[in-house]
Design a protein around this ligand. Structure first.
Ligand SMILES: NC(=O)c1ccc[n+]([C@@H]2O[C@H](COP(=O)([O-])OP(=O)(O)OC[C@H]3O[C@@H](n4cnc5c(N)ncnc54)[C@H](OP(=O)(O)O)[C@@H]3O)[C@@H](O)[C@H]2O)c1
Length: 269
């Protein structure tokens, strides 16, 4: 297929690309003419995904700094270049009130969700992007905007990734564009514990009438990685079916909502 986005012939690495959002991103980039290298911990899944895409694959854990260096070098060796980095692998552990969080587990969340994206960008910069340019898309979360029960380690680390995105956009311009996508609730394994037991109620409360599919995020990532977004850097693209719009509204039945519904500013002297 000819790429509508000028992506034809480019090369990408996608972390956490064997299922969920990462797999959808890897498929969408491949369809747009990008040669893709995938990584995840399960070696058999990496092999299967690389074969499906006709791309490359290197199994490993993004928490392992040596894997990230090997990964960038492997991409340049196997694909001949490395134009696009999609930092998608993440953990939503540890789970619980912050007063009870184990410091080692907290550190692991930051290693996977913040340090690994930075390290992979550093290696891609040295191996290709410093000389040839490129673009990065980090997967954050719409939820990082909110305070949620028991999800503080994840939310805090994703907020850090959001800031890292903006900081790197400033440091790496004009050579490399760095943006993020912030998904709302997406039908994947990571979020199954949220959507599966209550899908009907969640869907009913969604402004756009459904929970998200991995392909909703893949289209946004493909756009950000493409020349269609050539004047976009340091941006966060929220793709959440309107969740944030709904969350910003006063709760139904609240005094604020009642005032907005029944009164106008001219009611006051
Ligand atoms: N689903 C949602 O509702 C949602 C909402 C907001 C943001 N997000 C973000 O979207 C991204 C993708 O999430 P998802 O829902 O698609 O997750 P998922 O379905 O659970 O898939 C996770 C992928 O990452 C890989 N992975 C996990 N830990 C890894 C590690 N340490 N090193 C290398 N690979 C690893 C997994 O393979 P292995 O297990 O084989 O390693 C798998 O390929 C994450 O950044 C997540 O925070 C998701």
């Amino acid at each position: 297929m000819t790429s509508p986005y000028g992506l034809q012939g480019r090369a990408a690495v996608v972390t956490g690309a064997t299922r969920g959002i990462g797999l959808a991103v890897a498929r969408a980039l491949t369809e747009a003419g990008v040669r893709v290298c995938v990584t995840a911990r399960d070696a058999e899944e990496v092999r299967r995904t690389a074969a499906e895409l006709g791309g490359a694959g290197l199994p490993g854990d993004v928490a392992d700094p040596a894997h990230l260096k090997s990964l960038a070098d492997f991409c340049v060796r196997e694909l001949g270049r490395l134009d696009i980095v999609v930092n998608n692998a993440a953990t939503n552990q540890p789970y619980g009130p912050l007063m009870e969080i184990d410091p080692l587990a907290w550190r692991h969340a930051f290693t996977v969700n913040v340090e690994a994206p930075l390290r992979l960008i550093q290696h891609a910069w040295r191996a290709w992007m410093r000389d040839h340019g490129g673009t990065v898309v980090n997967t954050c979360t719409e939820g990082a905007e909110h305070v949620g029960p028991r999800i503080g380690a994840y939310g805090t680390s994703k907020s850090a990734l959001l800031h890292l995105t903006r900081q790197l956009a400033g440091e790496l311009a004009p050579k490399v564009r760095v943006n993020s996508v912030s998904p709302g609730l997406i039908r994947t394994d990571m979020a199954r514990f949220v959507w599966e037991p209550a899908e009907q109620q969640i869907t009913a409360a969604m402004p756009l009438g459904r929970i998200g599919e991995p392909e909703d995020i893949a289209r946004a990532v493909t756009w950000l990685a493409s020349d269609a977004a050539q004047w976009v850097t340091g941006a966060d693209l929220v793709v959440d079916g309107g969740t944030r719009v709904r969350a910003a509204q006063p709760a139904p039945g609240s005094a604020v909502q009642e005032a907005l519904r029944t009164r106008t500013p001219t009611d006051l002297p």
